[in-house]
Ligand binder design. Structure first.
Ligand code: BGC
Length: 611
């Protein structure tokens, strides 16, 4: 009788577990099976992300590294065409397949306004301009086109979108945000992520959380990148002093939207909340995992765990236990692997935590087809395609905000004679801003695209107009158009406490160009190329028309010509409040000490030609 019971119980248990097997999806099964054959060292290898330049294909093979990336400005040693990138990708991938685990890699890049690291990419307006356009379908199209261009290089992981709700115009990353109101993240993030994840590219919502709320402060942190420009680091990577309500109502919105769209990864912020570094914060588990239910990869930011207390081994343990699955350790990836293994051996990290992290990584590799088709041979014509450039041009014209148009100076007639002045008038690098070819962007002439001068000249040639570029030709012109703005910058290097037209991030020729233009006595149009509002209060009385063009990218010239000549009307609206004085820099729409009329322009402001 006892034996009969035993048989029945065993049978029941076996049935139960096969029912559980049936309940698991085929993908879950594949992940589980793969995980079960990995050694601890192989699992730890999957959890690191090394940077090209500090890691070779051989390293990836030897250490079972889970992912590599090209940070801003990194590109293949052989050259910087999409083809060079594809060869680099396949070389790393082939090496990964020869590792003891045989697992392919994720290969990441910051395609934050198109695949900007690569020569001849389509460069879309930076997010701040897309916030001004506020067009969800356009976001999907931009995401999809970006995804197509990434796919043409073989890569499979994008460190975008930045869903920061930037509250202070002094922040060097202001332009990476759609703007100061969470309503913009609500309207744009979901569609953008959906578009970005087409063509099996993983997107990354960043930087969790409240990176857009850090306080302006005296050097409130230390990091390796601080060495780059010690004086500039006043706000980036700082501390957000906010309460729960503000955190949820403003800064969490983009993550909710991204998760709903099925975003594959979320990057943790270099910054802190109320003095606690996010890379070791309990919010990763309590808010991101438990409350929002995020199941994808949580990735650390560039060497950011180094800002946690303790030695490197202790930092790795804190980060992994805080819920980070993959460590972006560009140079110290090998030590990070040893620290993870050591952490498990000493019991400081549980094996369950490691299994959970590696499962999250493997799930993305299966979901995106990387396990099944790691080696790529895409159609090279996908890169920089005319179809993508058309989308970028549409994005430009929708992102421009007309702030002043005295006496209906605009639109210009196509046969006008224009005196074109200013440092941004023939400079695609300035149109493109940071994260273009290099981390900080460049004003060198090698950024491919259409400058404002080129597009105005082609309209003039076809219609009997003229474009003069020397002040001495003023007498022949009907109108003077001056293009001023900021030089390219990225991250903390762009922190700027003054924001005047001659301050640190402003182009040094701005004031001279404005003075030259004014001296002509001609009606004056000013276009500002910048990542944020600059203080123009003392100058604007001299300007008849004023357009905020943000950082419009490679098709900037064409998109600007489209509205200047009235082929399309302006539809862009300010995604931030435009300060009148430096005192208003930290005035967000959530914390107002001034009345709307006290600012230069309110949030949402923008004229049309028909106004
Ligand atoms: C930035 C991230 C970026 C990473 C990799 C970091 O410094 O904060 O936004 O994705 O570098 O380039």
């Amino acid at each position: 009788m006892k034996r009969l019971w035993a048989i029945l119980i065993i049978g029941f248990v076996a049935w139960g577990s096969s029912a559980a097997v049936l309940a698991a999806t085929p993908m879950e099964e594949r992940v589980k099976n793969t995980l079960s054959r990995l050694t601890l060292e192989e699992k730890a290898g999957q959890m690191v992300l090394g940077e090209v330049g500090y890691i070779t294909p051989d390293d990836v093979m030897t250490y079972n590294v889970g992912a590599v990336f090209c940070g801003g400005g990194q590109h293949p040693p052989s050259g910087n065409t999409a083809h060079d990138w594809l060869e680099m990708y396949n070389a790393f991938q082939q090496a990964a397949l020869k590792s003891s685990s045989g697992l392919p890699i994720l290969f990441g890049v910051d395609a934050v306004h198109g695949m900007g690291s690569v020569e001849s990419a389509t460069l879309f307006p930076h997010n701040i301009g897309l916030g001004a356009a506020n067009d969800p379908d356009l976001m999907y199209a931009i995401g999809e086109a970006t995804s197509r261009e990434i796919a043409a290089t073989g890569l499979n992981w994008n460190f975008s979108p930045c869903v920061a709700v930037a509250q202070d115009v002094r922040w060097g990353r202001f332009y990476e945000s759609f703007g100061e109101s969470a309503s913009l993240q609500e309207s744009l993030v979901k569609r953008y992520v959906e578009g970005l994840q087409q063509y099996n590219i993983s997107a990354t919502a960043k930087h969790f959380v409240a990176d857009g709320a850090t306080a302006w402060n005296k050097r409130n942190h230390r990091s390796s990148r601080e060495l780059f420009n010690p004086d500039a680091y006043k706000m980036d990577q700082g501390d957000a002093r906010i309460g729960n309500k503000e955190l949820r109502e403003i800064h969490l919105v983009g993550y909710r939207e991204a998760i709903e769209a099925g975003v594959d990864a979320i990057m943790i912020s270099h910054s802190s909340i109320n003095g606690v570094r996010l890379h070791g914060h309990s919010l990763i588990l309590s808010l991101l995992r438990s409350e929002l239910g995020f199941q994808g990869i949580v990735v650390s930011d560039y060497e950011s765990i180094h800002q946690l207390p303790g030695n490197f081994g202790e930092q790795v343990i804190q980060a992994v236990n805080a819920g980070i699955d993959m460590l972006m350790e560009p140079r110290r990836w090998k030590y990070a692997i040893s620290a993870i293994v050591e952490g498990v051996k000493t019991g400081a990290i549980s094996e369950e935590r490691i299994d959970e992290a590696v499962s999250n990584i493997l799930t993305v590799k299966y979901k995106r087809g990387i396990m099944d088709q790691p080696i790529k041979s895409p159609d090279p014509a996908l890169f920089g395609a005319e179809e993508n450039r058309k989308i970028a041009r549409e994005a430009v014209r929708k992102s421009l905000v007309l702030l002043k148009n005295e006496g209906n100076l605009l639109p210009l007639s196509k046969d006008s004679s224009i005196l074109l002045l200013g440092p941004g008038s023939d400079n695609v690098g300035m149109q493109a801003g940071g994260w273009t070819l290099t981390w900080q962007g460049t004003t060198r002439k090698d950024v491919k695209g259409i400058s404002i001068r080129q597009s105005l000249e082609s309209v003039a040639v076809e219609n009997g107009g003229n474009v003069y570029i020397r002040r001495d030709d003023a007498a022949k012109a009907d109108v003077v158009l001056v293009v001023i703005g900021e030089i390219p910058y990225a991250e903390g290097v762009g922190d700027n406490g003054r924001l005047t037209l001659d301050s640190a991030t402003a182009h040094k020729d701005n004031l001279q160009a404005l003075a030259d233009a004014k001296s002509t006595g001609l009606p004056m149009i000013v276009i500002l190329l910048s990542g944020r509002p600059l203080l123009v209060t003392d100058h604007i009385k001299d300007w008849d028309a004023f357009i905020a063009a943000f950082l419009p990218g490679s098709e900037g010239g064409s998109g600007i010509a489209d509205v200047l000549y009235g082929d399309y009307d302006f539809t862009g609206k300010l995604p931030m409040t435009w300060p009148k004085t430096a005192k208003q820099f930290s005035e967000t729409i959530y914390k107002r000490n001034y009345k709307e009329r006290d600012y230069l322009y309110p949030f949402g402001y923008g004229l049309q030609l028909t106004d």
